[in-house]
Design a protein around this ligand. Structure first.
Ligand code: F0G
Length: 359
């Protein structure tokens, strides 16, 4: 029976017998082979999707939150707080509810997806909408949690990173080793930091043999790491990664440089095309920010990036690329509905249906 990431990977995690484990059985998410994207990239390439939308609150945040909330409870904390573009708040509020803790979330007003807002609200968090962006909200949370006995559960909390690194373990367990490339959207840069840490620790333990090349993708209107400076007013339709000054900036650069990888950017158009392609050709409904990883590898493929890699390594085996699909598409129903044609309204008659179907 699957009992969550703490139970499964405890020897890699900072827990003791005394840690009260708060779990919703997160993790064990499917690694789905691509049927379509692989063919766009070229022969000798296998793309896989690590579908993190299958977690209990429908994003990867649950891996970090189970550990952050369990450790907060162990330390005697009665309340937690975060700033969020949506998914962190959804996850924190669910795990805090489970732990019987108070949860306070600060969100950028008008800039988080409907599904995420509904989650934080129904789980009973104190939701405050800040007239500012994510970066403003995070600064306030840092200040308040310094002054009051409230646990900060953004990814600057090291337990969040520890929990999230288990995504890398699962990928290695399924593939038998690390993939050649790991593609991931980058917002506050916690997840790229966590995956790189996970891949390194698994290799050091002997559970895997190699390390992947890390490929991080930001939205072009919110690409501080690519541009080399903070962005004051980040803009993108991928609201989850609308962040101008990532907390784990240095660690993300470290993952890029140590792995010989890239942090690049993709336009909103490219993100939306990948988002629709995933849903209509792969049968996978992921949120727009998640599609940045797929948009990114398609962009690199067009420039011959993977082909060159195959040539220089003279490979006989396929190259494996894992794209992390960080959150479920239902998080942002408005974006889905705005992206495609509306259903036609017709009379309740067989002929009316047939007229439209042109069978
Ligand atoms: N994808 C999704 C769906 C996200 O919600 C986030 C971040 C990211 C990617 C980027 O991950 O921040 O670790 O680089 N969401 C945070 C939040 C910021 O508040 O929910 P990151």
């Amino acid at each position: 029976m699957w009992n969550g990431i703490i139970e499964r990977y405890k020897k890699f995690l900072p827990i003791t017998e005394k840690t009260p484990v708060i779990t919703l059985k997160e993790g064990n998410t499917p690694l789905i082979p691509s049927r379509y994207a692989s063919s766009l990239i070229g022969s000798g390439v296998e793309v896989y999707f690590k579908c993190e939308g299958f977690n209990p609150t429908c994003s990867f945040k649950d891996r970090g939150m189970t550990l952050a909330i369990s450790k907060a409870l162990e330390a005697g904390s009665r309340a937690c707080m975060c700033a969020s573009t949506g998914n962190t708040s959804a996850s924190a509020s669910a795990y805090a509810a489970r732990a019987g803790m108070r949860c306070i979330v600060l969100i950028p007003e008008g800039a988080i997806a409907l599904g995420k807002l509904s989650q934080a609200m129904i789980h009973g968090a104190d939701v405050l909408a800040v007239k500012g962006n994510f970066d403003d909200a995070l600064n306030i949370v840092k200040e308040i949690t310094k002054r009051y006995p409230i646990t900060l559960v953004n990814s600057i909390n090291p337990y969040r990173i520890e929990g999230q690194k288990t995504g890398a373990f699962e990928i290695c367990d399924v593939l038998g080793d690390a993939p050649e490339f790991h593609a991931i959207p980058v917002g506050n840069a916690g997840n790229i930091t966590a995956y790189w840490k996970g891949y390194k620790e698994y290799k050091d333990s002997g559970a895997s043999k190699k390390l992947p090349v890390m490929l991080g993708f930001q939205a072009s209107g919110a690409a501080p790491i690519v541009k080399g400076h903070p962005i004051k007013n980040p803009k993108t339709i991928a609201t989850a990664i609308r962040i101008g000054n990532p907390a784990s900036w240095k660690q993300a650069q470290g993952a890029r440089d140590e792995s010989g990888g890239i942090i690049d950017m993709v336009t909103d158009r490219e993100i939306l095309d990948a988002y629709k392609m995933l849903a209509s050709k792969e049968g996978i409904f992921a949120e727009p920010a998640s599609a940045a990883s797929v948009a990114g590898i398609l962009k690199l493929a067009k420039k011959g990036y993977f082909y060159r890699k195959q040539r220089t390594e003279n490979r006989e085996q396929s190259i494996r690329i894992v794209c992390v699909l960080t959150g479920h598409g239902l998080k942002d129903p408005d974006r889905a509905i705005a992206s495609v044609k509306k259903p036609k309204s017709i009379r309740p008659k067989v002929e009316a249906v047939l007229e439209h179907l042109k069978l």
